[in-house]
Design a protein around this ligand. Structure first.
Ligand SMILES: [Zn+2]
Length: 195
């Protein structure tokens, strides 16, 4: 068993990635999303969406730009229950056989319906090359994450998929997972690889 302490954790809130065709349908032909602020490898757009499920809607959902090949709606399982849709646990981009949903643009009121693309992001470790070498990790490996903070919700997550790349390691979990361990902004975790 190998361990790496002090690995950064980032919590992803619900968000939508749009393909250009869906940007056109929601905001008008050739429309370009405008940047509110940068995040690692992407930006949060000023434009907001409403997710409309058969049960309820969720207002003011962020869009992450730039546009992608396929529209993808990332929600927590709590959100999925609120909306009344199924969200399969998938890594980003793995959308075959996932549920669809209605999406409305707040600014224009335009509405579209996608026939697939709703996921709950599978928790994953973006493993920096130096850490990958040290721990002997490769793409697709599964590790555990031990989280201990002062929230009295210490937790070990299993089923964390490894994606090797970039200089520094960072773990991505969603808001349900973050709340389950009472995660804070500066929290770090220990990566455990049992090989
Ligand atoms: Zn990620």
């Amino acid at each position: 068993m190998k361990c790496k302490e002090g690995v950064k954790i980032e919590v992803s809130a619900r968000h939508v990635h749009l393909c250009q065709a869906d940007v056109d349908r929601l905001f008008g032909e050739g429309y370009e999303l405008t940047k509110h602020h940068d995040i690692t490898g992407a930006f949060v757009a000023n434009e907001k969406l409403v997710l409309i499920g058969p049960k309820r809607s969720i207002e003011r959902v962020s869009i992450l730009g730039p546009t992608r090949k396929e529209t993808q709606v990332e929600v927590s399982l709590t959100d999925a229950r609120t909306l009344g849709v199924e969200a399969k646990i998938r890594l980003s981009g793995d959308l075959a056989g996932t549920s669809g949903i209605k999406i409305k643009a707040v600014d224009t009121g335009n509405e579209i319906e996608i026939d697939h693309g709703v996921i709950a992001a599978k928790r994953h470790l973006h493993c920096g090359k130096p850490d990958a070498e040290e721990l002997g990790l490769k793409n697709g490996d599964i590790v555990k994450l031990a989280i201990k903070n002062d929230m009295a919700r210490a937790l070990v997550f299993d089923d964390v998929e490894v994606r090797v790349g970039g200089p520094a390691s960072v773990v991505h979990i969603d808001t349900d997972e973050g709340n389950a361990c009472g995660i804070g902004k500066a929290d770090v975790c220990t990566v455990i690889f049992e090989g």
